[in-house]
Design a protein around this ligand. Sequence first.
Ligand code: ADP
Length: 577
Amino acid sequence: MTFQGGFCQLVGSTNSTVPSAPAYNSNEFWSSLSPAGLSDVVKQLCDALRPHLNRHALSGVGSVLLSGPSGSGKLVAVRAACSCLNLHLFKVDCVSLCSDTSAATEEKVQVAFSQAQQYQPCVLLLKDLEVLGRDRDGLGEDARVIATLRQLLLDKDPALSHPVLVIGTTCKPQNVPTDLQTAFLHEVKIKAPSEEQRRLMLSMLTASLPLGKEVSLSKLARRTAGFVLGDFCALLSHSGRAACTRIQVLSFPGGLSEEVERDFCTAGFPVLEEDFSAALDQLHDAHSQAVGAPKIPSVSWQDIGGLQEVKKEILDTIQLPLEYPELLSLGLCRSGLLLYGPPGTGKTLLAKAVATTCTMTFLSVKGPELINMYVGQSEENVRNVFARARAAAPCIIFFDELDSLAPSRGRSGDSGGVMDRVVSQLLAELDGLHSSREVFVIGATNRPDLLDPALLRPGRFDKLVYVGISEDRESQLQVLSAVTRKFKLDPSVNLTTILDKCPAQLTGADIYALCSDAMMCAVKRKVEWIEEGLDTEKSALILTMEDFLQAAARLQPSVSEQELLRYRLIQQKFAAS
Ligand code: ADP
């Protein structure tokens, strides 16, 4: 337990409020009365607590349940609110109140409250409230502890001259037992900060840090979607470390003596754009792993040949709402997009490029991964995906092979109707996205005709985009140049001539297969030459026209004429509907 405030307890002393603190420096984030990005929360806390400061005014203890993601600045906000209201702060970690038996926990809770009363006027901060009220195995609720807490929170002791105010903080409000939640009179939530709030936080936190000239805090704020206060602190310390390493490597390749290093750190050195980028990459990786979104291989738009229309459609759906949120206040919002077409046409590749371009968390889910043999588990998996996405907003969820996750209801042959329940759960979650507006879904399927029609209604996957195969040489050339972009080609290679030797109908995957086949030819040739002593491993691998022609002669299109016809019919059907 820690006690913070300007009061020291002596026999015969009288309690008083904390003197207001003119010495507070408004630039200093941690002691500011209105910390950047959190000033709204501080105001809400003050507004909730102020009426309870007058002991005649309201019955019951003034209490607030403050919830927000871990590291979002709950304690900073409470501290600032206490300073604003001139109150002492008595902080109790609820983990330290948990004991072996309910009776012991109950007693510790009572002791904490009576200690807080000695410090009045004071705010009793119950940190990590969700651990209280759980029984020892953490599964059920401990009715006795909850009842005690309710009594302490709801009863007003008329003998008190100054009130005790209680703030409970939690990262997981859903884990706080309902009876305990309802005992709190007010509820304040800290949301993930907006771009402007992030910029303010960054500028306040970096106020005393020497920054390189090219560092743009607005750009950093844009790149840190989903970050909270704790993440920014981590970002700054990682960037500081990156800057330190950079300077050590550049200026003192032989290493530094401890003394010089200390002097160096005291003198300070500028943190540059590149240090922030390195730190940001590290944090993004950690962040993605925490929400279960593994790192997506970076794919740039240059890696994709053609498909300009589809690219525009995706960017309109995802980037416009983020750039012009005011337009969406009209209520028109599109959150789902369905890419359909033959396999190997680049649907997954497009989604990866979107993930790389938009600095948003990207959750990629393959439909079959979510299906589980245990009753209720598949629906739970679907729910979890959306919960993870909401926690990491702004976020894109990409459902690959959507047809396996959402087949038409009433038709699937499984006995318990598991798939029907999964589809219903998916529909419910998609409808729930309207309130968040920062979670987008992209689906990809080869068989849109198998999907449950309810999925395609307005407000769900309401925009259908056909990703077709490249039929004309022009678009095939674009794909071939995109795929061969990173290869070293012999000057004799002519991409148009290669395509003339190929079948007319080619998907992107066929062209990729052609190139990898050509590369295998080149590798085989090189190995032979190395064995004969004519070449070395160090020289670059060069693909010749001959390699491509050999590969083209072997190439079989993966989508047959007949299948293509079927896809055309499907496209016509969906374009008409
Ligand atoms: P889909 O998801 O439509 O079945 P993929 O996106 O998985 O197809 O494509 C398979 C591979 O084909 C990709 O990894 C990529 O190498 C290649 N490919 C497909 N379309 C294109 C394209 N338009 N440009 C470049 N490569 C492509």
